[in-house]
Design a protein around this ligand. Structure first.
Ligand SMILES: [Zn+2]
Length: 489
């Protein structure tokens, strides 16, 4: 529409001008007005595959699978082969790689400045550029809003764990405020209320604050002009007139999607958070919005594949909602992960019986009735002599599950036992009925209290204005370059 108006206006100015301007318009497509950047924290390719099998079947398509452009993204940090979320999100939003634990500085800044030589120069991120170009910016996460991934959108600090200081960098009236955000981040939705409440104060849901400076940032943000909401009722009432807005829906991280119905204050889902953010930020000036599915990562760390996959499914539903609600001619949508996990789909498990291209002579009920394409079950195989289906055995004949971890809390120790009768406790020490139990901890090869990230590439999926530049194998800094170019900055 823009280029058509331009062309008709230029037609009045003379043929020579029209010719040169038309050529320029064709070679330089008009920039994206809006960019939405989805990050599945820890949503490596194996997690996407497992989520697809769980949600739409092995041959189905998630919303992100329908994006026409894709690239592979290398995630190493400046100092590690396998990164944490701080350098990766810094690299994706600023185009500058850095060290583990560092937010928004280059590789000359060490985590906690351990060389005591001072920090380097802060890098400039896409939110700061968007504000400089008059756009609105929003940050949404199901993790604490001060956690590494959302914090990389507005803070510059050499210690990702200093969440009390990170919260202040988003507060426009604070001396340590990040001035490159100009008037401020227009929309902040997430968890992490504890870092906005003093240690001496009990918050709306009965949780204690973590601020040791006695300050109540809920009040200070409101004094600075922000609307503040903490529950589903306040969230539902929000409209564009309530910008800027701070929504803190949990003391720490928000609930996993599976556990969300049990929340005391009522928590909006990631779909609701995303739709509301788009509705509030939309306007003639355009916007940048980051949405993080922050707790995929946490479920993997806990060794519980069920919550990782159900949270990834919820993120995919938020992606679908965004695609359905924006004009893709003027909006770029990217979906990626900051890093992978040591999580895998192992063995040679049979597809569900209804999907098999041949008949089997017999099969156990556990296989025939397994929900979600048998993803959360033992791995089953067909005997090609008898046509009978039975559970695969390890080298000692003991069955194993399809989903496993390379390390983590699911390490059993000793000899392997049949997962169907395994007495090993599940998430939060729950007594579990077997691999299909929602609290089951998949087996891990190495004992660790927290399962770890993994180093292989993650995918970037793109759709909309400017997405066609997405291809090949790239460093994760390419996300920044792509968004900056799409915006025409
Ligand atoms: Zn993690």
């Amino acid at each position: 529409m823009h280029s058509r108006n331009l062309t008709s206006a230029l037609a009045l100015c003379g043929a020579a001008l029209l010719t040169s301007e038309s050529a320029a318009a064709q070679s330089t497509p008009s920039p994206a007005k809006n960019v939405i950047f989805f990050v599945g924290d820890g949503m490596g390719v194996s997690t996407v595959t497992a989520t697809r099998i769980y949600s739409v079947g092995v041959a189905g398509k998630l919303a992100m699978d329908k994006f026409p452009y894709v690239a592979l993204s290398r995630t190493y940090s400046a100092d590690t082969i396998t990164p944490d979320s701080a350098p990766t999100m810094s690299a994706m939003v600023s185009g500058v790689n850095t060290n583990n634990g560092v937010l928004g500085f280059g590789p000359d800044t060490e985590n906690k400045d351990f060389l005591h030589d001072g920090d380097g120069l802060p890098s400039t991120n896409v939110l700061e550029l968007a504000k400089a170009h008059g756009k609105r910016v929003g940050v949404v996460s199901t993790a604490r809003i001060t956690h590494a991934t959302p914090a990389a959108c507005y803070a510059h600090i050499d210690d990702r764990d200093n969440e009390n200081a990170i919260a202040l960098q988003a507060l426009p009236t604070d001396p340590t405020y990040n001035p490159k955000l100009l008037g401020g981040v227009d929309l902040l939705f997430g968890g992490g209320r504890q870092f906005f409440v003093p240690t001496t104060v009990i918050d709306e849901e009965g949780g204690s604050g973590s601020r040791t400076d006695g300050r109540d940032l809920r009040a200070e943000f409101q004094t600075a002009g922000y609307s503040y909401v903490w529950n589903a009722t306040g969230f539902a009432a929000l409209g564009a007139a309530d910008l800027p807005v701070l929504g803190l829906f949990e003391r720490s991280h928000m609930e996993w999607e599976y556990d969300r119905p049990t929340d005391l204050g009522g928590e909006p889902s990631i779909v609701e958070l995303t739709s509301k953010a788009i509705e509030m930020l939309d306007g003639p000036q355009g916007y940048f919005l980051m949405v993080e599915g922050g707790r995929i990562d946490h479920a993997h760390h806990a060794g519980n594949a069920f919550r990782a996959i159900t949270d990834a499914e919820a993120l995919d539903q938020a992606i679908a909602a965004a695609v359905a609600s924006v004009n893709l001619d003027e909006t770029l949508i990217l979906v990626t992960a900051d890093h992978s996990h040591v999580f895998n789909i192992a063995g040679y498990p049979l597809r569900p019986v209804a999907e098999l291209p041949y008949a089997v002579s017999s099969a156990p009920a556990e296989y025939l009735n397994a929900p979600h394409s048998g993803l959360f079950s033992l791995a089953y195989d067909v005997n090609v002599t008898t046509g009978a289906v039975s559970a695969f055995g390890d080298k000692n004949g003991v069955p194993y599950t399809t989903l496993v971890y390379g390390n983590g809390p699911g390490y059993r120790g000793g000899s392997r036992v049949d997962p169907s009768t395994d007495p090993f406790l599940g998430l939060n020490s729950a007594v579990v009925s077997g691999p299909t139990d929602v609290n089951y901890l998949q087996e891990a090869a190495v004992p660790m209290s927290s399962e770890t990230h993994a180093a292989e590439e993650v995918a970037i999926y793109g759709i909309g204005r400017g997405a066609a530049r997405l291809r090949g194998t790239v460093k994760n800094t390419a996300c920044f370059a792509l968004m900056k170019t799409a915006f025409g900055f």
